[in-house]
Design a protein. Structure first.
Length: 164
């Protein structure tokens, strides 16, 4: 096998070589580049905003890497990078994009992962609690509860397809 990246639609996906003794199998099924439209609702379930995103995931040994690219309706773009390590089959994440970002993710069974993260943005503690369901090998759905300073702030969800 080669360590050369795979290039699709101008997106670079590094080739992954996960350590299957340390990395739960469900995480290996999310390797690649996914795209979709985030939809955010308020606390009553009413539409708040939406934006497009793609997510590139690769794993080397027990080291996890993810790059998120967001595109907003005003044409602005944002890229966030995350890295992590599997410890006792739980993914522990950090990010150079947010100094106090921390997250964990774990296999919840039945083709489902759970994810919980915290970050501070504009002096507000933001917590995300997310369920990620792999419907099939190229289609997944994520739903997220969002909290700001401990108060419910709404939901977000995204249907994603894996780029070929």
């Amino acid at each position: 096998m080669s360590n050369n990246p795979v290039i699709r639609d101008n997106l670079v996906t590094p080739v992954s070589f996960p350590d299957l003794e340390k990395v739960p199998e469900i995480f290996t099924r999310h390797i690649g580049t996914w795209q979709g439209e985030f939809i955010k609702t308020d606390t009553r379930g009413h539409f708040d905003r939406s934006f497009f995103a793609n997510f590139t995931i690769w794993i080397q040994g027990n080291q996890y890497h993810q790059v998120n690219n967001y595109e907003y309706s005003d044409g602005s773009r944002l890229q966030l990078k995350f890295q992590g390590e599997f410890e006792e089959r739980i993914l522990k994440l950090s990010s150079g994009s947010y100094s106090d970002f921390s997250a964990i993710a774990w296999d919840a069974g039945q083709d489902t992962m759970c994810y919980r993260s915290n970050k501070t943005q504009d002096n507000t503690l933001i917590t995300f609690v997310e369920i990620i369901t792999l419907v099939d090998e190229n289609y997944r759905v994520r739903s997220t509860q969002v909290f700001k300073n401990g108060f419910f702030d709404g939901l977000s969800f995204i249907e994603e397809t894996r780029l070929p």
